[in-house]
Design a protein around this ligand. Structure first.
Ligand code: FMN
Length: 441
């Protein structure tokens, strides 16, 4: 802890952030709501390393030997699965939390790289459908913006059970973001805070969910894949139940997953880290002989090609990004520093997505602010970022001797900490020891 003056000692337990939180709660009687994912240090993919090839493994030549990146999503039951060119998709983010320009930019960027983007709570906007080559339609507990015509326009349906930032919780959209258009799409009054439900209204368990999925397949003539999105709580059981209910694809969102507006206490204290969740979901798929039959998309704190490659090596078929995509569009960009300061924040710290005052024009419905984000150049920035993530993933796959990024495997990884070794189920670096498994020689 840094001291203001020598001799002054800050408490680790009651540090200045904790004191600020207590005093704010005492003064306002309100709990904190914010966007972004968990901010405290958690075990993450940085705690893993690739071994790379040397004598016992042969690397591939970067400039001459191919390393493919294409993935097919949803070929279990659907007549038209989604083929994506890169193993990275754009996560579901609601119109309402995001501006229409931001949704369009996400569609443009994803389409340039041949991947899919996803709607969110509040329904499908015409702009995002037009500019997304492949669009996944979310079917959420709130049913805000749910429209059977839009279901039929989608390339896949994602039944949302939960989010990593808040497994077991619903959403909030504050009144200041409920413009006429947002209200109309949600068939709710404007300017009034909206809470999204945490449970679907018409099914309570996996048996009912199987019926719901059949209903969705019938609406779409069994053409498009059905994804099930779960927040990482008990991923072994939840993945098993999702597959049993008939999912073509399981989307697993870890604790570091971003959100538009959730109670801080939820973001920081509920769910399990993404890295810990992946092996449990993969184990469930393997035990059912469904690994690679039902695809696993993992999200929650993916920032770089290293994160993508590590996720794939642990057994995911693809990853999904939310926060990183918004940052690529320009969220938290230093060029808006003065504006951030005017609303009590700073570039690099801005997380008040719920307030609708985003200087970068992304998490807002204010017309003047939204106009700051040009969907064409924003889309290009996202496309550039997705391109870099893919190149980085390929670099690590080639260095591990793999001609397809999906050939990455846990054997390519080691862990830097005992905790990461236990969670990711890979050996501690420099040893053959996977905690809980004993030594393999
Ligand atoms: C602004 C914003 C809005 C979101 N809206 C939704 C939503 O409507 N439905 C949903 O399932 N998840 C929503 N999420 C969560 C994302 O789909 C995804 O699970 C999460 O962002 C992944 O973690 P990452 O942000 O670290 O990449 C939202 C996230 C953000 C940042």
């Amino acid at each position: 802890m840094t001291n203001e003056k020598p001799g002054l000692r800050e408490s680790n337990l009651f540090n200045r952030d904790v004191i600020h939180d207590i005093q704010t709660a005492a003064e306002t009687g309100l709990y904190e709501i914010r966007g972004f994912g968990a901010k405290r240090p958690l075990p993450h993919f940085d705690d893993l390393l690739f071994l790379g090839a040397s004598m016992s493994r042969y690397p591939l030549e970067g400039y001459r030997e191919r390393c493919d990146t294409n993935v097919t999503l949803g070929n279990r039951y659907a007549e038209s699965p989604i083929d994506i060119s890169i193993p990275i998709t754009i996560a579901g983010m609601s119109f309402g939390s995001l501006s229409a320009n931001a949704k369009e930019a996400l569609g443009r960027g994803a389409s340039q790289l041949g991947t899919c983007t996803t709607t969110g709570d509040g329904g499908m906007t015409e702009e995002e459908r037009r500019h997304s080559q492949k669009l996944v339609y979310q079917y959420l507990p709130s049913r805000y913006g749910m429209n059977p015509d839009d279901i039929r326009k989608a390339d896949a349906i994602e039944v949302v059970i939960g989010q990593g930032a808040k497994p077991g919780g619903g959403g909030v959209l504050l009144g200041q973001k409920i413009t006429e258009r947002v209200a109309e799409m949600r068939t709710l009054p404007g300017d009034i805070d909206q809470r999204s439900a945490c449970r679907h209204p018409d099914w309570t368990g996996p048996d009912d969910l199987a019926i719901k999925i059949t209903e969705l397949r019938e609406i779409t003539d069994w053409k498009v894949p059905i994804f099930i999105k779960i927040g990482a709580a008990r991923p072994y059981y939840d993945t098993t139940l999702a597959v049993k209910a008939g999912a073509d694809v399981v989307v697993l969102d870890g604790m570091q997953g971003g959100t538009a507006a959730t109670q801080s206490v939820f973001i920081e204290h509920v769910g399990i880290p993404t890295m810990a969740a992946v092996p449990q979901a993969v184990e469930a798929l393997q035990e059912m002989d469904m690994h690679r039959e039902v695809q696993l998309i993992v999200s929650g704190g993916i920032r770089s090609g290293a994160d993508v490659a590590k996720c794939l090596a642990l057994g995911a078929d693809a990853v999904s990004i939310g926060t990183a995509a918004l940052i690529a569009l320009g969220c938290n960009h230093p060029k808006w520093q003065t504006d951030y300061e005017n609303i009590g924040s700073s570039a690099g710290f801005y997380d008040s997505y719920h307030e609708g005052r985003d200087p970068a024009g992304i998490s807002t419905q204010d017309e003047e602010l939204s106009a700051r984000l040009d969907p064409v150049s924003g889309g290009q920035r996202l496309a550039n970022f997705l391109g870099v993530l893919t190149l980085e993933t390929q670099t690590l796959a080639r260095a591990s001797g793999k001609s397809h990024v999906l050939n990455l495997e846990p054997e390519d990884l080691v862990a830097l900490t005992v905790e990461a070794a236990a969670m990711a189920r890979v050996p501690l670096a420099g040893t053959n020891w996977i905690p809980g498994r004993g030594a393999h020689v």
